[in-house]
Design a protein around this ligand. Structure first.
Ligand SMILES: [Zn+2]
Length: 216
């Protein structure tokens, strides 16, 4: 038995009627009755409140472009709760009747904070630069190694079929700007063969770029 007895959830959800759980339920009921009495006589502000203003505020936040995870981050609540409140229904599909005063306050004071748009761009000069590197004899694998990117990323970028975050793109741009004016290592016969093969392959694939660079 690893279940924790003496907790309200055990009594309510799991239906345990052991002494500890019954005591927990009794204590809860007493506290609740006391709280409701105090609220009734205006001695304390209500603990549980109508969720309508919170539901409306979440609707406005989302309309402004905030997602549930972002609202969760700024309110300290779970994204799941924000999701439920956005629909006004709880996990069992029933309308949410009451929410905690604290939850209400957290939501009502949540500012509109827009995340920066994911800075994915097509850097027009990047494919040409990468092709120039290949035409110089650098293999895509070598470019990948030097820029810290995967072979697949470099391949897609060279063919101009992928977008990249601006700052990452700038990094590749800087590294490749150096590579295009440097010869790849040609100390061993293997390296020399590789360079020749890469050059020929690049010239075949990108004759226009090769022409422009005068290496056709
Ligand atoms: Zn129990």
């Amino acid at each position: 038995m690893t279940k924790k007895h003496g907790r309200l959830t055990e009594y309510k959800k799991n239906g345990c009627r052991c002494d500890k759980c019954r005591a927990a339920n009794r204590a809860y009921n007493q506290q609740r009755a006391w709280r409701l009495a105090q609220e009734k006589w205006g001695l304390k502000p209500p603990l549980m409140v109508d969720p309508a203003p919170a539901v409306e505020h979440i609707r406005q936040l989302r309309q402004a472009g905030m997602g549930a995870p972002q609202i969760a981050k700024h309110t300290g609540l779970s994204a799941a709760l924000i999701g439920f409140l956005a629909t006004g229904k709880s996990s069992n599909g029933k309308p949410i009747q009451r929410i905690h005063r604290d939850t209400m306050q957290r939501i009502m004071t949540c500012p509109i904070v827009l995340a920066p748009k994911r800075d994915q761009v097509t850097i027009n000069s990047l494919p040409a630069l990468l092709k120039a590197c290949c035409l110089r004899g650098w293999t895509m694998r070598q470019i990948a190694e030097k820029t810290g990117y995967s072979y697949n990323s470099i391949y897609s970028l060279t063919w101009g079929t992928c977008r990249i975050r601006r700052d990452y793109g700038r990094h590749i741009y800087e590294v490749c700007t150096q590579m295009r004016i440097t010869d790849p290592p040609q100390d061993t016969p293997q390296q020399r063969t590789q360079v020749a093969k890469t050059k020929a392959w690049a010239r075949k694939n990108w004759p226009t770029t090769a022409c422009k660079l005068g290496v056709a």
